[in-house]
Design a protein around this ligand. Structure first.
Ligand code: C2E
Ligand code: MG
Ligand code: MG
Ligand code: MG
Length: 278
């Protein structure tokens, strides 16, 4: 009895596994062709100067317009892209797209704003990264200071010497360097001052309860103070309510990003937002 039950369970498990595996396999196959088939989209989310409420920049966020499955969020395909190595070409594509877009807006006489592009761990370790960023900056002709690259704590704390060298090379190109999701990793604070950083992005998990949870409030306050003392810009992610803005402005957090200002939007919509600040 027990034995046959075990067998049933096993067969059930096997069937489930096969379906999941098949789905992942199909998704991986589709993802391989997504760039060539022009199915990826770059959305842009504005970053706001909190005291003046002006747009100063934006973050480029990739989406996948899948022919059958619709718009897929990065959380649902970036991990797969990372696992399969496809992230390297996807990341290069996003970078190029974002820089070309900034060049186009600049040509149209729109205000110069920065664009932040996320780097993945694999992309960050890839030997062609610096060369590729240099090439993209050169070919699109944008002011390198308009590009900001986002890395995470775990990416840079992993083989510190090598990642420091990479970061130095990237900033020597003139690009800014931000730590994304700051506070969720475990960066050793003593290293922070040796990294050629320009910005800290406070993770949205702290901002969410910044006005209701005293611990999150204390952490956000500390990160802002840390950024000030290290002479870094500081951005709060995930702002959804006005009282969060009040809290952040009071502590001199420079910039904010969140649904309160705008969700990530397609380039055409971002362009409308840029026209409003002229
Ligand atoms: P991230 O870099 O931390 O990007 C911020 C995420 O927070 C975005 O999710 C954005 O839509 C979301 N967000 C912004 N404001 C709010 C808010 O007020 N409330 C809430 N609940 N969420 C907010 P998204 O676009 O789904 O991207 C998720 C993650 O996927 C990104 O987190 C980033 O780690 C990764 N990702 C996105 N695009 C790329 C890319 O081109 N390359 C790489 N390597 N990763 C990317
Ligand atoms: Mg980011
Ligand atoms: Mg983030
Ligand atoms: Mg993130």
């Amino acid at each position: 009895r027990a034995k046959s039950e075990g067998k049933d369970r096993y067969q059930f498990f096997e069937r489930e596994m096969t379906q999941t595996t098949k789905r992942v396999f199909e998704l991986e196959n589709d993802l391989r062709k997504a760039v060539a088939r022009n199915e990826l989209r770059v959305y842009y989310q504005p970053q706001i100067q909190l005291d003046s409420q002006q747009i100063t920049g934006m973050e480029a966020l990739v989406r996948w317009q899948h022919p059958q499955r619709g718009l897929i969020s990065p959380a649902d395909f970036i991990p797969l892209a990372e696992e399969t190595g496809l992230i390297v070409s996807i990341g290069e594509w996003v970078l190029r797209q974002a820089c070309q877009q900034v060049a186009m807006w600049h040509d149209q006489g729109l205000p110069a704003v920065t664009v932040a592009v996320n780097l993945s761990p694999l992309q960050f370790r890839h030997k062609a990264l610096v060369r590729n960023v240099a090439k993209t900056l050169k070919e699109t002709g944008i002011n390198p200071a308009c590009l900001e690259l986002e890395v995470t704590e775990s990416m840079i704390m992993d083989s510190i010497d090598k990642s420091t060298a990479t970061m130095i090379e990237l900033t020597e190109l003139g690009a800014g360097l931000a730590i994304d999701d700051f506070g969720t990793g475990y960066s050793s604070l003593s290293y922070l001052r040796y990294f050629p950083l320009t910005k800290l992005k406070i993770d949205k998990s702290f901002i969410e309860r910044v006005t209701s949870d005293e611990h999150d409030a204390a952490l956000a306050t500390s990160v802002i103070a840390l950024a000030h003392s290290l002479n870094l810009k500081v951005v709060a992610e995930g702002i959804e309510h006005e009282d969060q803005v009040q809290f952040l402005v009071k502590r001199s957090c420079h910039q904010g990003q969140g649904f309160l200002f705008s969700r990530p939007v397609p380039a055409e919509d971002m362009e409308q937002l840029l026209r409003q600040i002229q």
